[in-house]
Design a protein around this ligand. Structure first.
Ligand code: MN3
Length: 204
């Protein structure tokens, strides 16, 4: 058994103009596929780890043998993060309606605009490669960032929405203008999907 890249959930041009087709094509076929390949490579001699869920690898990093731990952290993380990223986005529109998630956001951040501002600033100011996240922990929503391909689940938090701020996610179209990419990205967030995730963890 080896880890497989999930099917891409829409056309590469589905998120234009926020994210261009060529960026999406390279991001999925080269970067995401690369993480999957390197993860399988790292686990080649460890059949017991190959049968775990990707989330299990990331929540048990301290039990992974030393010689492959960094490779697993980076590449299982890259696989998990990108799988979540594709399904967090849509070209079909779909804003956040009044629902449990919006209520929780208002409770935590005051207004939806304030939430966007705080999350956006975290994404824009994160130094170097990494991700900005909306996570759920102990009944609360929080905003955080991680470096490289680290994922909040390794720190006991449940990721609901993640924004890839690696240059490979935006550089072809936006060059150094990460802030423009972050601002445009809000228009393609799949809020119905994020709301479903929130309802599942809030009930669980
Ligand atoms: Mn990426």
């Amino acid at each position: 058994m080896s880890f497989q890249i999930p099917e891409f959930p829409y056309r590469f041009d589905a998120l234009e103009p926020a994210i261009d087709a060529e960026t999406m094509r390279i991001h999925y076929t080269k970067h995401h596929q690369g993480y999957v390949n390197k993860l399988n490579d790292a686990l080649k001699e460890y059949p017991n780890l190959q049968s775990l869920e990707i989330s299990e690898l990331l929540t048990q990093l301290d039990t992974i043998p030393n010689e492959i731990r960094t490779a697993v952290q980076n590449n299982a993380g890259g696989h998990y993060n990108h799988s979540l990223f594709w399904t967090s986005l849509t070209g079909e529109g779909g804003g956040l309606q009044t629902n449990n998630l919006l209520n929780a956001i208002m409770k935590e951040f005051g207004t939806f605009e304030k939430f966007k501002e705080t999350f956006g600033n975290a994404a824009k100011t994160h130094f170097g490669s990494g991700w900005a996240w909306l996570v759920y922990e102990h009944g609360q929503l929080k905003i955080m960032t991680t470096v490289n391909q680290d994922n909040p689940i390794s720190q006991g938090k449940i990721p609901l929405l993640g924004l890839d701020v690696w240059e490979h996610a935006y550089y072809l179209h936006y060059q150094n203008r990460r802030a423009d990419y972050v601002d445009a990205w809000w228009s393609i967030v799949n809020w119905p999907e994020i709301s479903d995730r929130f309802n599942r963890v809030a009930e669980g």
